[in-house]
Design a protein around this ligand. Structure first.
Ligand code: HEM
Length: 125
């Protein structure tokens, strides 16, 4: 099925739900990252990341319907993200990606993007 999106190829909504749920369990317990999140309840932040990733990989565009253009660099500007924060973010994401048990080629594609995106979100030396 050459026209199948990456979103569909890795298992659709369920896969991205599992990914971000695992990731935010890590964030919730992380002394570096948790204080950056302005809201008491991490649920809405989890949903925004889930919907963004679903849209990015070719699934439904609910993120854009609700939030408009992602402008992720701009939306992260209020949060001090240096190498320590980026590394913490990626460590939780690595564990979350590992928990999915994807085929190696899919895992590499997803991970490569996440590393690139996390580097581009760094806004402090
Ligand atoms: C929002 C931290 C990287 C996607 C946020 C928020 C924080 C944060 C504190 C606000 C929570 C909220 O939504 O209320 C970080 C840190 C990163 C990082 C410390 C370390 C590099 C990334 C990356 C992506 C991403 C790499 C995408 C692949 C998002 C999205 C939102 C968000 C989609 C919600 C944007 C919206 O308001 O619609 N992030 N983030 N973040 N982040 Fe990150």
């Amino acid at each position: 099925r050459p026209t199948e999106s990456f979103f569909e190829a890795v298992g659709g909504e369920e896969t991205f739900s599992r990914l971000v749920a695992h990731f935010y369990e890590g964030v919730a317990a992380d002394p570096v990252l948790r204080p950056l999140y302005p809201e008491e309840d991490l649920g809405p932040a989890e949903e925004r990341l889930r919907l963004f990733l679903i849209q990015y990989w070719g699934g439904p565009s609910t993120y854009g319907d609700r939030r408009g253009h992602p402008r992720l660099r701009m939306r992260h500007a209020p949060f001090a993200i240096g190498p320590v924060e980026r590394d913490a973010w990626l460590a939780h994401m690595r564990a979350a990606v590992d928990s999915l048990g994807l085929p190696a080629d899919k895992e590499e594609t997803l991970w490569g993007y996440l590393v690139y995106a996390a580097n581009s979100m760094q806004n402090r030396p």
